[in-house]
Design a protein around this ligand. Structure first.
Ligand code: SAH
Length: 353
């Protein structure tokens, strides 16, 4: 992957903007960097910047497809029904999930919410008959939605509030010696800080993602009105916490968050506690929040892997590695969580939660 000059320009564009108008919010920096990053490339794979669970093993998507088929059958097999995936990457998860779901009679219409032109093209080649959406507002409203988001919310912009000497301020992106750097915003932000954090000690940072809350709010609204279910899979803690979790990844390595805007993946931990609260407030049912390892184990990943091994004994080692990558606590098993939601008149319990 080459550092093309367009992407290098984005750093210069930010600097010019800041020189002229003063510091910008971290959310703007992250949003514009990631928009540029994703739209120009396929970041997934060994020669890209990172690998996600569906790219590790087909079993990941298959178990998600079976989970969706199970809850749809228990909801009475309503039709029409829509499969909705947010940020589907190469389309691998959707392709594995839809193949598994079809065995149970679930053949939904497929909707992808995707911002990247490069990835949209790859997705059209992976899954047939996809309708693309720029955001969640245009999703169909004529039937239940089966929603999947794997490593989508972590890419959405965050803002950070910092407890400075005089009170809370926003952590902004400005210039120091003509280099992008964190600076203190000059507006008092105390009113934006939840009551429970107001008295935190100097230096405390809290991170929020208004964009994530807005998308979750719309999705939960739809679940409440139309029925359906959702699985949000990402990394983040079980409960709210403090501190900056912003990180930049390039070529499978952590790099400085200001080093290559538009040319590295900027992410932050997902605040599941807030997402669940927003969903509940809009009338969706929270099925549960589970560690990815435990969730996949409860869904039968061991048995699926055994079946693959029996079919291809020569690859036993590979299957074992894939299993551990998804499930082991020191790999994805513990840090990654699965948030399950369901809609009005849909089952209140589901496997894995
Ligand atoms: N779910 C895939 C890809 C994860 S990468 C997987 O697990 O492999 C993040 C995905 O979200 C990419 O498809 C990216 O283009 C998309 N994305 C990131 N920010 C977005 C936004 N604001 N709107 C729509 N799609 C976005």
């Amino acid at each position: 992957m080459n550092d093309n000059s367009r992407a290098d320009d984005l750093g210069e564009t930010f600097k010019r903007l800041i020189r002229e108008n003063g510091p910008i919010s971290l959310a703007q920096y992250m949003g514009e960097s990631n928009a540029r990053y994703y739209t120009s490339r396929n970041p997934l794979g060994d020669d890209g910047d990172f690998i996600t669970a569906p790219e590790v093993s087909q079993v990941f998507g298959e178990l998600i497809g079976l989970w969706l088929a199970d809850i749809w059958v228990r909801a009475g097999t309503p039709e029409p029904v829509h499969y909705v995936e947010l940020g589907p990457g190469r389309g691998t998860l959707a392709s594995d999930a839809l193949r598994a779901a079809e065995r149970y009679g679930l053949k939904p219409q497929v909707h992808f919410v995707e911002g990247s032109e490069a990835l949209k093209q790859i997705q059209r080649g992976t899954v047939r008959g996809v309708t693309h959406h720029a955001d969640v507002t245009t999703l169909p409203d004529d039937g239940p939605l089966l929603i999947v988001a794997n490593e989508f919310f972590d890419a959405l912009p965050v803002r950070q509030l910092l407890r400075a000497a005089e009170g809370w301020c926003e952590r902004m992106v400005g210039l120091e010696s003509d280099k992008l750097a964190f600076v203190f915003g000059d507006k008092p932000m105390d009113a934006a800080v939840p009551q429970s954090w107001r008295q935190a000690s100097q230096g405390t940072i809290i991170e929020t993602s208004p964009a994530s809350a807005a998308i979750m709010s719309e999705l939960a609204d739809r679940l409440a009105a139309q029925g359906g279910a959702a699985l949000v899979i990402d990394y983040g803690p079980r409960e709210g916490r403090s501190g900056s979790t912003l990180q930049a990844i390039k070529g499978h390595q952590k790099v400085d968050v200001f080093s290559h805007p538009g040319n590295m993946d900027l992410t932050a931990h997902v605040d599941f506690e807030t997402l669940a609260k927003v969903a509940q407030r809009q009338g969706a049912q929270v099925l549960g929040l589970q560690m990815q390892g435990d969730w996949l184990t409860a869904l039968g990943i061991d048995m699926r892997m055994e079946a693959l091994k029996r079919r291809a004994p020569g690859q036993a080692e590979t299957f074992k590695r894939q299993h551990d990558r998804l499930v082991a606590e020191d790999q994805m098993g513990l840090l990654f969580k699965v948030l399950g939601l369901s809609g009005k008149d849909w089952p209140e319990e589901a496997p894995g939660f």
